[in-house]
Write a protein that binds this ligand. Structure first.
Ligand SMILES: [Zn+2]
Length: 400
């Protein structure tokens, strides 16, 4: 077997099954943080053209023609098919994507925002997820994983291919922006996955399948929901646009991408041209603090933070009316400083969030020590209200 080794820059989007999370369901999911161009070392053994390959190729040829007709876009070159094994995927694609420093920082942030317990290990969870790839696409190639992808189950297999083929079309016809903030990246991913999911749903319905309900946010813990956001809400967003003006309207979204999860959750905001407000801090922190992160987390993230301790309806309502935010996270040795300024559309929306957040502090048994100050697990938490924004400040030492 010949092995071809090359370093390439590709648009790689993975389709995974998260059986462990949802017991039996198949759900599309993406491991890479953002399907932008990333450099990977592609080491793909040449696929033998056996019965499995032929059956998959046969189905693929059918789905290609179907997707072209449904989506109204044509492939500009032949689509290649590569068959992989689960073992190969874990070895070559599993660890490669994880930026461990970034994952550790993400974990610190979830802990600082009361979303996971101190013992939580995000790296371990992310590594587990990487072994669940069903299929992937990069450039003009479709990768399928033998253990998970069964071409004889034509309906489900065809749907997976329709999803992946849409990603190939996106790479051919649209320029996908990077996004500067977590919030914006999530919105862009929701467009990409929502488009692919809608084509996949069309395929399913037209081939006699029944539309099963999509995964629900309530079924997942807050951290998993953040990860799955593009699959939970992308399709509804794209569907909203398609109902307004067909695929033409959907194609236009790539020229003006939504900037926030708020626009994905409330598509009418996107359509009317609403944009998040720019939020800034009025003061600088002392010079000896080293910045680890500056980001905008957005409405959906806030909702998950609240949902970790409050009922779903409360979290949803309290996070609505978000108009912008900015979070900064600093280190000085073992010390950490977090400040997060969240802006609201009006006073009522601000009050609603404030009430919910104070309720959250009560739920975790934070001790109120003065008017705007709480102490929880050696952390000092401050809340300050200014005009239409709330600033949360936290000081603590990191635990190892
Ligand atoms: Zn996808």
């Amino acid at each position: 077997m010949r092995t071809e080794k090359s370093r390439i820059t590709v648009l790689l989007v993975l389709f995974t099954v998260l059986a462990g999370f949802i017991g039996g369901y198949l759900i599309a999911s993406m491991i890479v943080a953002h399907p932008s161009t990333i450099t990977i070392v592609k080491t793909v053994a040449e696929t033998p053209k056996d019965h499995y390959w032929n059956a998959t190729k046969n189905l693929l040829d059918h789905v290609i023609k179907w997707v072209e007709k449904d989506r109204g876009l044509r492939f500009d070159q032949n689509v290649k098919l590569v068959v992989l094994t689960k073992e190969w995927v874990i070895k070559h694609w599993g660890l490669g994507y994880l930026n461990l420093t970034e994952v550790e920082l993400e974990e610190e942030l979830y802990k600082a925002l009361f979303m996971v317990p101190e013992s939580y290990n995000l790296t371990k969870i992310k590594l587990g997820q990487s072994g669940c790839t069903v299929a992937a696409s990069a450039d003009n190639t479709i990768y399928v994983v033998k253990e998970y992808f069964d071409p004889s189950k034509r309906l489900q297999a065809g749907r997976v291919l329709a999803h992946e083929l849409t990603h190939i079309l996106q790479g051919v016809y649209f320029k996908i922006p990077e996004g500067r903030f977590h919030d914006e990246k999530q919105a862009i991913r929701a467009v990409i996955e929502g488009d692919a999911d809608l084509v996949a749903l069309d395929y399913l319905l037209e081939h006699g399948g029944k539309a099963e309900s999509q995964g629900h946010e309530e079924d997942f813990n807050p951290v998993t929901s953040i990860w799955l956001f593009p699959y939970l809400y992308g399709r509804e967003f794209i569907q909203y646009l398609r109902e307004l003006g067909g695929w033409k309207k959907v194609n236009e979204v790539y020229l003006r991408m939504p900037k926030s999860t708020a626009e994905i959750l409330h598509p009418e905001k996107y359509v009317e041209g609403w944009e998040p407000r720019k939020v800034e801090f009025m003061t600088k922190v002392e010079k000896d603090w080293r910045i680890l992160l500056r980001d905008r987390l957005g409405e959906f993230f806030i909702r998950q933070m609240l949902r970790a301790h409050l009922p779903m309806e409360v979290a949803v309502k309290a996070a609505e009316g978000w108009s912008g935010d900015l979070i900064e996270y600093y280190e000085k040795g073992e010390e950490r400083l977090l400040r997060w300024k969240i802006a609201w559309e009006n006073r009522e929306e601000l009050e609603e969030f404030l009430t919910a957040f104070i309720q959250l502090l009560k739920e975790i048994n934070a001790e109120k020590v003065s008017e705007n100050k709480w102490v929880w697990d050696d952390r000092i938490i401050n809340l300050r209200v200014e005009d239409l924004s709330i600033t949360l400040t936290e000081n603590f030492r990191i635990k190892h």
